[in-house]
Design a protein. Sequence first.
Length: 288
Amino acid sequence: MQAKGINRMLIDCHVHSTISSDARSPIAEMCRAAIRKGGGIVCFTEHLDLNPADANFGYYNHEKYAAEIAGARAAFGDKIEILQGIEFSEPHVYPRDFERMVKKNFDFVLGSVHAFRGTWAGAEDILQKYSNEEIYHMHYSETLKMVQFGGFDSLAHMDFPRRFLPEHKEPPDLIDPIFSALIKAGIALELNSAPLNRGKDFSLPSPTLLRRYQDLGGRYVTMGSDAHHADEICMGMDALTAQIESHRFEAVVYRGRKRFPAGIGAGGLEKGGRDAAGIPNDGFSQEL
Ligand SMILES: [Zn+2]
Ligand SMILES: [Zn+2]
């Protein structure tokens, strides 16, 4: 169960270790860095890519991952809560593999669109072949298909192409159906601080998307740095917390694929379960 005395107000639910091919720090090093920064909950979300064109293809090793998580919990479990999640790319394209994998012992499943038409979204040939507008259209069309397929807990980096495209397109004919399907399915929206942590002046999703999610009745959000190195873990969470509070969203964490209040945002305020210093009460054991 959860250790006492952990600061649960600094939460990072999108983190990669060397279990992912494109990340550089082992799980233990990531945990030590999170503890140094005052982190209270860290959820690893290792890449599971079934697209042969992706660098992570064939790299994921579930047994190794589970063993490293168990080792980290034994070593650091009294200082930080460590959760075992996965970032599954385009689950709707690989439904049988997805259904087989999510039966394993995950706390949290992120759904991500990293590719369309079989190619990584930021690949040079995509950028040369299509206009920005076309790339955003393909990205959001794929995202809509993924959300309609469902089966995951939170939608990761909804406007992902902003990480590598200068312009920003948000076609309303796709955005509204994505949010409607997300809300109907009870899937959370991820707030992702990766661009902020890598020299940009924005996080994902954009202010326009956040407003639209709020207007359509969206409530649940998860928070993640998308760290691929120990230095990046728990970064940018202040900015995400400010967004959560201004939109009256509710930050949530997932344990055993069940949703719990994180004590940040509307849930904390409405339940009156947190004191002025933001110290949560037993809301953490209360499933939403
Ligand atoms: Zn991703
Ligand atoms: Zn990621």
